[in-house]
Write a protein that binds this ligand. Sequence first.
Ligand code: MLT
Length: 324
Amino acid sequence: MSDVLITENIIGEAMDELRERFDCVFEPLLWKEPDKLRAMIPGFRALIARNQTQITREIIEAGTRLKVIARAGVGMDNVDLEAASQAGIVVSWTPEQNTNSVAELTIGLMLSLARMIPDADAHTKAGGWDRWKYMGVELSGKTLGIVGLGRIGSLTAAKARALGMEIVAYDPYVDPESLRAMEIRARMTSLDEVLTVSDFVSLHTPENDETRGMIGAEQFALMKPTAYFLNAARGGVVQEAALLEVLQQNRIAGAALDVRQQEPAVPSEFDKLTNVILLPHIGAQTHEAQRRVVTTVCRDVAAILNGGEAKYFANFNKPRRSRS
Ligand code: MLT
């Protein structure tokens, strides 16, 4: 019997300390083997994962000694939260630790699209010097449409305002008069209007039953032919086939995707397009964000294993299961 099972590459000083204090098993590729995970999980009191481990009801029910599932990140789409709550297992997470990194990446992607930076770089390295091919657009004075005005959406909006952009936003859970909307002077409106009026549309919603597939052919048809689409949230929110079609037909100016419906992404027609920037889900991949994320999950796992409370919990904060 051990204490902590780590199923993805979660490393750093805080993890080293956790491994000194508790009996930890580090299996960074275990997320690829759900059957092996199901077989191993009964032996552990804690599970630490990122977004690639599918923490299903089956896994949770097999984890008969589990007291805490720690999600080193913010998206909860890979964790069956309801099953964890029913089983009395605390789910800890890091709701704000990577916010700034994702917001900065989104700004970087907007600039990359506006100035065609990745393509211009490839062109120059291939010996080219065609300055007229790379006539871009400025961000200043343009409208950024934010879909999902949570932590990441609102910080992205604040940074975009500093670059001179106007903000329109759709979020059915944010009151138009809320401080969050007022601070960034976002005009809250419908999803259709956000898509229709924006020069850049950026997704910042979680993936859940309400948002899965919410941006499809009908929504892309509303966007301006000069507009750009960005997704650094979750691939499943977008119908990729519909996005591929509008990009292939140049019905929008371009797109940047940090996340995909299937991750790791498989080779696809997107790879052949020059009007799309593709990244391997690196929104939270900065030294600063990872230090904060790993420190937070390790501290909360240690607290729960010692019978205490998690600081960041997605369900209840005290361990419910009696100690075995
Ligand atoms: C998150 O949900 O925090 C990010 O997508 C990054 C991750 O899960 O590793």
